[in-house]
Design a protein around this ligand. Structure first.
Ligand SMILES: *Cc1c(COP(=O)(O)O)cnc(C)c1O
Length: 379
């Protein structure tokens, strides 16, 4: 019988205790029992986000939280900035287009990160820009952006900083209040080790002023409804009850292990993965200074068919890594370091990568990747 090992940057592995929590009989959401869960989840998410602000729970995938942010903040004709350095940055632009935003796009070469100075120059020139949309962890390229530096710029202006932290939250540092990020969007199926279906968005007071003035149509995703309900420890519509109950358990893990410790562990796994890649002739795709610690993208060696590599690992050996998207199709292999993935999952994954690289004719010393990873992990 073939076992499966999921090393993709969303969905991620669900540990056994969270599977058990997901399997509990459902309870009704307008009850004191569920209100207790909502309270725990609110506090737990505030801990991971480093915020005192409200966190709204939405029944949707990650993109739903992005659309919610845009339709609550961007009125037709509003000037906004989006940062595009990959597939998910592009999604901010597409969403702002749909809601009639007047968009200034900061185009970044894939594999590089936007610099705060680029945002500052645009905001200096046009102080009436309403919002800046960025991505903490650009999952398509494995680039992390320095949100703290960008927040340093936006907090001195009227512009609201909106962060897609869908694959970054719980896997990389993000201190919403301390840094001054105004809206942070995330979801259940990446760093939080749960199935897709639950999104969450934290909104601070500065951003909520824009929410109240926003002229865009919205119904299901109206943050004004979310805020009103949350004040009563409630949700406007039927929430993703089962996932929220399991999220309370997931958040306990962050508390018990300590967020900083978990983030340090992911960073260690990322370092080991990049060392393995180097030993196998698979350099990290992003520039060294912006390599994410939530996932790694390793370049497929010349002469190896990247799509075949990923397919054989998955279909023959049960090891699922992600391939490249769009312009990186067939060119990179992406391996997650988030949620329940641990060092032995990683070593197994690298072992499988070696096996299939060998089958596809790539020349290297068998075991070199595992050895390099072990050296980092046991330093
Ligand atoms: C996964 C992801 C999304 C989109 O999430 P869906 O759940 O597929 O809608 C958005 N942004 C980033 C950075 C992601 O990793």
């Amino acid at each position: 019988m073939k076992k499966t090992l999921l090393l993709t940057p969303g969905p991620t592995q669900i540990p056994a205790d969270l599977c058990a929590a997901l399997g509990r009989p459902i309870i009704h959401h307008r009850t004191p029992q569920f209100q207790q869960v909502l309270k725990e989840v609110q506090q737990g998410l505030q801990y991971v986000l480093g915020t005192q602000s409200d966190v709204y729970l939405l029944a949707c995938s990650g993109t739903g939280t992005m659309e919610a942010a845009v339709c609550n903040l961007v009125s037709p004709g509003d000037k906004v900035i989006t940062v595009e350095g990959g597939k998910f940055g592009e999604r901010w632009t597409e969403l702002c287009q749909v809601y009639g935003g007047d968009i200034r796009v900061v185009k970044v070469t894939w594999g590089k990160a936007a610099q705060a100075k680029q945002i500052k120059d645009l905001l200096d020139k046009e102080p009436d820009i309403k919002a800046v949309f960025v991505t903490l962890n650009e999952t398509s390229t494995a680039v992390s952006t320095n949100i703290q530096a960008i927040a340093e710029v936006t907090r001195k202006t009227d512009a609201v900083l909106v962060v897609d932290a869908i694959s970054g939250l719980g896997a990389m540092e993000l201190k919403m209040d301390e840094w001054g990020a105004d809206v942070v969007a995330s979801a259940s199926h990446k760093g939080f080790m749960l199935p897709p279906g639950l999104g969450f968005v934290a909104v601070n007071e500065k951003a909520f002023k824009l929410v109240e003035r926003c002229a865009s149509p919205r119904y299901y995703f109206d943050f004004r409804k979310s805020k009103k309900a949350l004040a009563q420890t409630d949700t406007p519509f039927t929430p993703a009850i089962g996932i929220i109950i399991a999220l309370a358990e997931s958040l306990k893990k962050f508390r018990e292990a300590g967020l900083d410790k978990m983030l340090a562990e992911y960073a260690r796994l990322a370092q080991a993965t990049r060392a393995a890649g180097q030993a196998l002739g698979m350099e990290a795709f992003p520039d060294a200074e912006c390599c994410s610690s939530a996932l790694s993208a390793l370049r497929v060696p010349a002469g190896v068919d990247g799509e075949k590599l990923v397919k054989i690992m998955r279909d023959t050996y049960g090891v699922t890594m992600a391939g490249g998207q769009d312009e990186l199709k067939g060119k990179v292999v992406r391996i997650a370091h988030m949620g329940a993935i641990d060092e032995f999952d990683l070593l197994a994954g690298i072992g499988c990568l070696e096996k299939v690289l060998k089958q596809l004719g790539h020349k290297f010393a068998m075991g070199a990747g595992v050895k390099a990873a072990q050296e980092v992990l046991n330093a």
